[in-house]
Design a protein around this ligand. Sequence first.
Ligand code: EPZ
Length: 417
Amino acid sequence: MGAIIINGGRPLRGTVEISGSKNAALPIIAATVLHGGTYELRNCPDIADVRCACAIVEELGGHVTKAGQSLYIDTGQIFRKTVPEHLMKRMRASVLFLGPLLGRFGSAELTLPGGCPLGCRPVDLHLEAVAAMGAAVTLREGTICCHGPRLHGCCIDLRFPSVGATENALMAAAACHGTVTIKNAAGEPEICDLIAFLQAMGAQIRGGGTSELTITGGAPLRGVSYTVMPDRMETATYLCATAGCGGEVLLLDGDGSCLEPVIEVLTRSGCDIRQRPEGLYVKSTERLRASGHIETAPYPGFPTDAQAPLMAAFLRAKGALEISEHIFEDRFGHVPQLLRFGARIELAGNCARVRGADVLRPARVEACDLRAAAALILAALQAEGESVVSGAHHLYRGYDDPVRKFTALGASIRPAR
Ligand code: EPZ
């Protein structure tokens, strides 16, 4: 999975099926550890991060089988409370096993997680949340040890609406003896999917989709079947790809209702985007018109994970677009690589100013993180000639079968031998 070769310059036409959401499937797989039972998770994406989450479940003593897009998970035999370092280091979402292990066993031990290098990405909000429930937390030489055999109700007021901290707090609270209130909770659609899954398990949770969640812990939990929501960021990526390359694409299962800020920017720049019963339709026939200033923000603001793909879509636009990144302190790693295609981007602190170039030239580039990899693919698709994107393993962490999907849309794209 080293590199991907692209001969760009073609419009995208056809239909692409949007897979299940990485950022919903990962906390939901972790949540199966909360109660020893059997689970069927439908519409799970076939990506490296999901395989890593399944490996953690099995390392803990659980059992996972896969059939098509469904995972069959049995967590009844789980007995370990420690997640091994080699699996913690592979992705940020490994930290989401903290809440379920603590909730079920009263203890958890894991090292600091890996994941995309977007800044220092501490876990202090996660630890403060479980400490508020009565867990004794120590962080020594990179190892987190939590002990809390009897978690109790409390009020957690998150300094920042952290997605992961909200998810860990939700899962631990479901096993609390008492009521937990989470204020300034993150409200991303993926969190609503996790809440729906926990409620299906029997958890008593109110306030989903708002910034204040109330969990009445201690309800009996059970194994369930559940269908994961479509991937919001894969949808945004194929919207941006079509906008940047030109063409006409139907994104099957694409749901525009949770991507309004992205759709608003693309529509005002000249794209025709319509929600249909079967998915999201996008058409782009003219050179995009760039203007204005986009600022990433917690949901329902402009999503930080769409920042890099959107930037790539505007590399050949007419005019200029400013993009400010407010969620992560270092999320412009894709910019130096995009410049190799002849893009015109100026960085000033947390703000990037993109001035459209008339043409992009093919380039050899290296991806540094998941969404940066997507942005480089989108740029290469717009550049006439052969480009090579190295570091493709980043892409396969979070996108299900992207080479087949882009090929089906008419792109000339293949893995390097
Ligand atoms: C989740 O990461 C997503 N990952 C990210 O998607 C996404 O970019 C992010 O939420 C924001 O929407 C998954 O769901 C697996 P955060 P997470 O905690 O939970 C700071 C992708 O491309 N912070 O909301 O790690 C943190 O440093 C990935 O799919 C603390 O300071 O995000 C960051 O600046 C990338 N202390 C900000 O909050 C903490 O304890 C947002 O982080 C936790 C976070």
